[in-house]
Design a protein around this ligand. Structure first.
Ligand SMILES: C[S@@+](CC[C@H](N)C(=O)[O-])C[C@H]1O[C@@H](n2cnc3c(N)ncnc32)[C@H](O)[C@@H]1O
Length: 239
C-alpha cells in the first residue's frame, strides 16, 4: 500500500479537458504498453500514483523516436514509469531523473535496477531546487512533471541547462481547466498553482526566443523549444 497518494489525490487527472469519449478513444485505440511498463502502469493505477496517462505515453513514443535526444533531464520520477518509457524510445539517450519523495525513490530504485537494462537512467535524490543548481551538464530534452506552481521557479535554470534547439515538455498545465477561468472562480486552495501557471504562460507563450505550444493531452502539456543561447524570462511582477 502506497502512502504518498490517497484515493482523492490527482484531482485534476479526473477532470479531463477533452471530451470523455475522445479521452476514452485515445486511451483504448492507441497501442498499449507492454512488459515492464504494463506492470508499472497497473501498479500506479492501483495505488493512485500519478504517472502520465496513455494519450501522453503514445505521444511521447512518437516524439522521442522522432527527436532521438541524447541527454534527457526529468523532474519528477515517481516510480520510474516515464523515465523507462523515454529510455525505451530513445535508446541512445542518457537520462537523469530527479525526485524528493522517499517512498517514490524506493520504488524507482527497485524498478530501475530491474528494468533499465541498458543502464541509461540515473536517479538523483533531493528537491529539484537544490539538485538543479548543482547540475553541470547540458540537455537536449527536459520533461518537467513535478509540482506545477514551481514550474516557473525552475524554468530559468532549466533554460540555462538546455541546449539551443532543445525541447522542454511541462505536464499538467491546464489545472483541470481552471487556467482558463478568472481567479475568483478557482477554489482558494488551488490559487497558488493558478498564479504559478499564469506566470508560466505569461513568461513563455509570446517570448521572442522560444517557440511554445499548448497541447491538450491528459491535463495539458506545454512544449517549449529554446531558440537562442541566452533566454531571459520576464519578471513575473511585471505582468
Ligand atoms: C506526477 S509524479 C511523476 C510521474 C512520472 N513522471 C511518470 O509519469 O511516471 C510527480 C513526482 O514529482 C516529485 N516532485 C514534486 N516536486 C518535486 C521537487 N520540487 N523536487 C523533486 N521532486 C519533486 C514527486 O515526489 C512525485 O514523485
Amino acid at each position: 500500500m502506497v502512502e504518498s497518494y490517497s484515493k482523492n489525490a490527482n484531482h485534476n487527472m479526473r477532470r479531463p479537458v477533452v471530451k470523455d469519449e475522445i479521452v476514452d478513444f485515445m486511451r483504448t485505440r492507441q497501442k498499449p504498453v507492454a512488459g515492464a511498463l504494463k506492470e508499472l502502469e497497473a501498479f500506479a493505477r492501483k495505488e493512485n500514483i500519478p504517472i502520465i496517462p496513455h494519450e501522453t505515453v503514445a505521444y511521447f513514443r512518437l516524439l522521442l523516436q522522432a527527436l532521438q535526444p541524447k541527454k534527457i533531464l526529468e523532474i519528477g520520477t515517481a516510480i520510474g514509469f516515464s523515465a523507462l518509457l523515454m529510455a525505451e524510445n530513445a535508446p541512445n539517450a542518457q537520462i537523469t531523473t530527479i525526485d524528493r519523495n522517499e517512498e517514490m525513490i524506493d520504488f524507482a530504485k527497485k524498478n530501475l535496477a530491474k528494468y533499465d537494462l541498458r543502464k541509461q537512467i540515473t536517479l538523483l535524490e533531493g528537491d529539484a531546487v537544490d539538485v538543479l543548481r548543482d547540475l553541470t551538464e547540458t540537455y537536449d530534452f527536459v520533461f518537467m512533471d513535478s509540482a506545477k506552481s514551481k514550474y516557473i521557479v525552475f524554468l530559468p535554470r532549466i533554460l540555462e541547462l538546455l541546449e539551443v534547439g532543445g525541447v522542454v515538455v511541462l505536464d499538467d498545465i491546464f489545472q483541470g481547466g481552471d487556467v482558463a477561468k478568472d481567479i475568483m472562480e478557482v477554489r482558494r486552495g488551488q490559487r497558488t498553482i493558478y498564479r504559478g501557471l499564469q506566470n508560466l504562460f505569461n513568461a513563455t507563450l509570446n517570448h521572442p526566443d522560444l517557440t511554445a505550444s499548448l497541447v491538450p493531452l491528459g491535463d495539458g502539456i506545454l512544449m517549449i523549444r529554446k531558440n537562442a543561447e541566452t533566454v531571459t524570462l520576464p519578471d513575473p511582477s511585471s505582468f
